[in-house]
Design a protein around this ligand. Structure first.
Ligand SMILES: Nc1ncnc2c1ncn2[C@@H]1O[C@H](COP(=O)(O)OP(=O)(O)O)[C@@H](O)[C@H]1O
Ligand SMILES: N[C@@H](CCC(=O)OP(=O)(O)O)C(=O)O
Length: 360
């Protein structure tokens, strides 16, 4: 095994690979697996310290037991418990052929946004990095199935990665789903607010994927607002990692970082603000906009209009006087309560629990 080749300074990258880029018809696809291992190996040879987040456990588990094909949470969680061993064994064996040792870490977002858990994860990742091991991460689905794009984004902020690479079955974000029509055009870079491209992103039509581009954009929001450059690229392009890290042209979509790395506790705020697409928006007046821009509370009295219907705890956009989205967060009051005239002195977000949008 190659030992201790990563110095851990400025070379950290998180690579996330989706189900359809590892699995074909419910089995680990040897060509896809080898391409992934080659990608990671090339990155390590170029001096990078990758953490790999891989999906595929549920798809692998479902093919091994007919009961687990049922559309229930328990079936998905049990399929993940069954499939994870198969997935990790395949990755471990193939990485060994590249002279690379691996170790498995199962996480939930709470492990990364709650500092009392995160400390332990950090120490493990640090030691694995210093030993030259490739950490292989998946969501701990037995505790609740969510999405690995978002988990990978939180992880990239947590370890202050230089790059989050989302590898999938299409070469980036297109102006329409490329699997549904030949005329979709790839968007090479998203320099403005991500809200401007949300309308072109749809759900998954891939083989076993969950969430589609819309969820990848949630990940892009989180990572770029945590200061991590994010690239969506084709998993079959084994040169994408090194090119994306160096800032060379990649056949994918680049999302430049919106701010410098934020401290670990702020990851909770990013998660609450961007974990789901917004259910609605609140339109604020000039005083409300000023409050948001200076990090103060947005009061119900500074909200002129409400769009959409949302409950307490849902994600909403905060729109300024010039119709631009200026912030996003988990609202404390539902749309009925937050409506004009209601609870005007109440803060709409607990403890200013919103994130200002950068890149506009
Ligand atoms: N505008 C778009 N550009 C690219 N892909 C899109 C777009 N809208 C929807 N998609 C879908 O998103 C899928 C990628 O997401 P997903 O299936 O969840 O992948 P993964 O399993 O790799 O996470 C594509 O295969 C495609 O079906
Ligand atoms: N943790 C799940 C994957 C969930 C997920 O995000 O899937 P995908 O959209 O294919 O990346 C699994 O291993 O099957």
């Amino acid at each position: 095994m190659r030992d201790g080749m990563n110095d851990g300074t400025g070379n950290r990258v998180v690579i996330k690979v989706g189900t359809s880029s590892l699995i074909t018809r419910g089995e680990v696809d040897p060509v896809k697996l080898d391409t992934l291992c080659a990608t990671v190996s090339k990155g390590i040879e170029a001096g990078l310290a990758p953490v790999l987040v891989t999906s595929g456990a549920i798809a692998l588990g479902r093919t091994r037991h007919s009961t687990l094909t049922q559309d229930t949470t328990e079936a998905a969680q049990t399929a993940a418990a069954l499939g994870q061993g198969v997935l990790y064994a395949a990755l471990h064996a193939r990485f060994a052929a590249y002279g690379l040792e691996t170790g498995q870490i199962m996480l939930t977002p709470h492990d990364l946004v709650a500092p009392e858990h995160g400390g332990g994860v950090r120490g493990t990742l640090d030691l694995m990095r210093s030993l030259g091991m490739v950490p292989i991460v998946n969501e701990n689905d037995a505790l609740g199935v969510r999405n690995n794009d978002v988990l990978a984004a939180l992880l990239s902020g947590f370890i202050e990665a230089r790059l989050l690479l989302l590898l999938t079955n299409v070469a980036g974000l297109y102006d329409g789903n490329p699997l549904l029509g030949d005329d979709a055009v790839r968007i090479a870079e998203v320099t403005g607010p991500i809200s401007e491209v949300e309308a072109v992103a749809g759900g998954s039509t891939g083989d076993g994927g969950t969430g589609g581009m819309l969820v990848k954009l949630s990940a892009c929001w989180i990572a770029t607002h945590a200061g991590v450059r994010t690239v969506v690229a084709d998993a079959m392009d084994s040169t994408a990692l090194v090119a994306a890290f160096r800032g060379d042209e990649v056949a994918g979509t680049v999302f430049p970082p919106r701010t410098s790395h934020c401290a670990a506790p702020d990851l909770g705020r990013l998660w609450r603000a961007f974990r789901n697409p917004p259910s609605g928006s609140v339109i604020c007046d000039a005083a409300g906009q000023q409050a948001i821009e200076s990090g103060r509370a947005l009061l119900g009295g500074n909200v002129g209009a409400i769009r959409g219907s949302f409950d307490s705890g849902d994600v909403v956009d905060i729109v300024g006087t010039d119709s631009r989205v200026i912030a996003r967060g988990s609202v404390r009051l539902g749309s009925a309560e937050a409506g004009a005239g209601g609870r005007s002195a109440s803060a709409l977000f607990d403890d200013c629990d919103y994130v200002r949008i950068f890149g506009g």
